[in-house]
Design a protein around this ligand. Structure first.
Ligand code: ZN
Length: 437
């Protein structure tokens, strides 16, 4: 079902994901507004997203859907009329959710509204003020040092008014009603690893799964961070009991190694599955405990829901200097790392889908395998010692109590080989299925 893609197809997936990030990168996104709509419209060309619009003022648990924010332009001009900060050059230049401003002011007054990163003088910080009405500009520290005690013309052409919170959702029904939730956030403007890498990986994952027959049902969410998760949970509380496991997809395109942040309980099946995928990949990785300060998993895993939702990332948000700055750009991510993350997510789905439990039909002593021609089948023509080992593990632990993942973890053999071995033994009538995942 999830056979590895041909190298040509893998190249297409890798370049396709990167190209989609390039397309989405310039769009000025926020937690509401046309940037989100435009983003979801582009994603909808690849997957059949359902777009939801939730009106401003809708009560969602302890919160309220905020006013909608849209921005056309923003700049600071010096007294000679020269634009020294220009939103059209980078949408990070404006404090996200700034209300509209049009006035002339002295540098001493303007300075209170300017934000920079003195430690990284060439980078623009990304800042927002969603719930406290404010205005401001973010600029490089070098730009700030170049400003004199002058009169400046300050313009922010934005609208903050009653509107909607927009999000996208795709539900792919499987054989069972139980769902796997895969969620990403779509509210950051021109930032690549934090935000866009997760958005495109999830788009490609949904595209990959949409025509396959799966056991689990899959729900994909493209929501603004925090308020989007709170809104979705509030409006869809009846669906929560169907969600068996979930992952928040973010920071999956940088060249750091993979990091898995566990679910709140830390020992659920999804935790074991992701850890096994990372172990089987054979490259360095890190496992972190759940954090109540994480991304949307902190809403999904709030005590009233306690959904088993982890997060499979590369370098976690906050773990790299470029985080929430203009340096989290198109050169901070790369397509091989995006593809590697994509395959790890496919690996997770592969195990979830195929983690069946079997019963050995010849449980008294080991079956005579040579007579059944199995030795020659394993590992192609030439039998490899590991295939025999896998077979012994599968036969011994197919007692109706141990799933294929249990056997793979206990034996230290990769899941793929354990599964292929079980398939072979099933075909030879030495096993029967006792429980489907
Ligand atoms: Zn962020």
């Amino acid at each position: 079902m999830y056979t590895p893609q041909s190298s040509k197809k893998a190249d297409l997936t890798a370049s396709g994901m990167y190209d989609l990030i390039k397309k989405l990168y310039p769009i000025p996104r926020s937690i509401t507004g046309n940037g989100v709509r435009q983003t979801l419209k582009i994603i909808s060309k690849k997957i059949p997203l359902k777009i939801h619009e939730v009106p401003t003022g809708t009560k969602v648990f302890d919160w309220e859907v905020p006013k909608e924010w849209n921005i056309k332009d923003a700049y600071i001009k010096d007294s000679r009329g020269k634009k020294i900060v220009d939103f059209k050059k980078s949408n990070l230049h404006v404090l996200n959710y700034s209300f509209s401003v049009e006035k002339k002011m002295r540098f001493s007054e303007l300075k209170k509204h300017l934000h920079t990163l003195p430690d990284h003088p060439d980078w623009i910080p990304y800042l927002s003020s969603y719930y406290k009405e404010n205005w401001g500009f973010c600029l490089t520290h070098k730009q700030l040092l170049g400003m004199k005690d002058d009169f400046y013309e300050v313009v922010i052409d934005s609208i903050l008014e009653k509107g909607h919170l927009t999000y996208g959702e795709l539900y792919l029904p499987g054989k069972k009603k139980q769902e796997i939730l895969l969620s990403c956030y779509i509210c950051h403007p021109s930032l690549c690893n934090d935000n866009l890498s997760g958005v495109v990986l999830l788009t490609y994952l949904a595209h990959y799964l949409k025509n396959l027959k799966t056991n689990y049902s899959y729900r994909f969410l493209f929501i603004p961070e925090t308020i989007g998760a709170i809104t979705w949970l509030c409006l869809n509380e009846d669906k929560v009991s169907q969600i068996k496991y979930g992952l928040v997809v973010t920071c999956v395109g940088d060249s750091g190694h993979s990091t898995y942040r566990k679910t709140r309980d830390g020992n659920t099946l999804i935790d074991k599955v992701v850890e096994k995928v990372l172990l089987d990949a054979g490259t360095p990785y890190k496992i972190e405990d759940f954090s109540p300060c994480g991304s949307d998993e902190r809403q999904f895993s709030s005590p009233g829901f306690n959904m088993p939702v982890g997060s499979l990332m590369r370098t976690p948000h906050g773990g790299y200097d470029e985080y929430h700055t203009s340096a989290d750009n198109l050169s901070f991510i790369n397509s091989p790392c995006l593809l590697d993350s994509f395959y790890k997510y496919l690996g997770v789905i592969d195990i979830l889908e195929h983690n069946n439990t079997f019963l050995n039909l010849n449980p008294k002593c080991e079956p005579q395998l040579g007579r059944r021609g199995i030795y020659t089948l394993l590992g192609g023509k030439k039998e490899t010692p590991i295939s025999q080992v896998a077979m012994f593990w599968v036969l011994n632990f197919s007692d109706g109590k141990h799933s294929l993942l249990d056997i793979a973890i206990r034996s230290g053999i990769n899941f793929k080989q354990i599964k292929e071995t079980a398939d072979l033994l099933l075909a030879k009538d030495l096993l029967k299925i006792s429980r489907i995942n």
